[in-house]
Design a protein around this ligand. Structure first.
Ligand code: F42
Length: 160
């Protein structure tokens, strides 16, 4: 069931713009993040796939949309609350904790998901997948004492 509420764009212009391009193109444009990535000592510019996470504002009740790196495995996804390794969690983290009902847009596909913060071995497995998709995550974690949270998103129909 799609989340209901008034959309409140991000306070960050590049984020607003990417969400706008992603959604207005039906997931055909704005679906990557150009980033310098080092893999096995080889550094090159990659267009890393991006998804759009929609959450309900934990305080405002408004619809919030965050472009995040696409980390997918067997139809489930992980989203990483890295905020570039900042000392504080991104605000959308608190939204997903307060209400696990989220929407995920991956290219043209949009689905209702349930977000579950993962820990321990399950987190380690997804963290490895996330770093494979976006190696800078490893550096972000090295550069902050904050433990960067990971949510696993499962299709809402599979409610346990
Ligand atoms: N951020 C990540 O954390 N991980 C990623 O993998 C990632 C990839 C990525 C790719 C492309 C791109 O363009 C951006 C990317 N980002 C990534 C950045 C991401 O999209 C977010 O901008 C970033 O994580 C910061 O999220 P934020 O939720 O802290 O955004 C701020 C700027 C923001 O919008 N703040 C709003 C404001 O008005 O200040 C509030 C937003 C909000 O949700 N408010 C809640 C409400 O109730 O409405 C309050 C919740 C509460 O409890 O305080």
């Amino acid at each position: 069931m799609p989340l209901k509420g008034e959309y409140e764009p991000s306070t960050a212009q590049f984020v607003r713009d990417q969400v706008e391009l992603y959604e207005s193109s039906g997931g055909a444009q704005g679906t990557t993040l150009g980033v310098l990535v080092t893999r096995e000592e080889d550094e090159k510019l990659e267009d890393v796939p991006v998804v759009i996470l929609t959450t309900l504002g934990a305080k405002s009740g408004k619809i919030r949309k965050s472009p995040l790196i696409r980390v997918e495995h067997d139809g489930n996804y992980a989203v990483v609350a890295s905020a570039g390794g900042a000392p504080k969690h991104p605000v959308w983290y608190h939204n997903a904790v307060a209400d696990p009902r989220v929407e995920l847009q991956d290219g043209p596909m949009r689905q209702d998901m349930l977000a579950r913060e993962v820990t321990g071995n399950e987190k380690a497995v997804w963290w490895a997948r996330a770093v494979e998709a976006f190696p800078p995550y490893a550096e972000y974690q090295r550069n902050t004492d904050r433990e960067i949270p990971v949510f696993v998103l499962e299709p809402a129909a599979q409610e346990h």
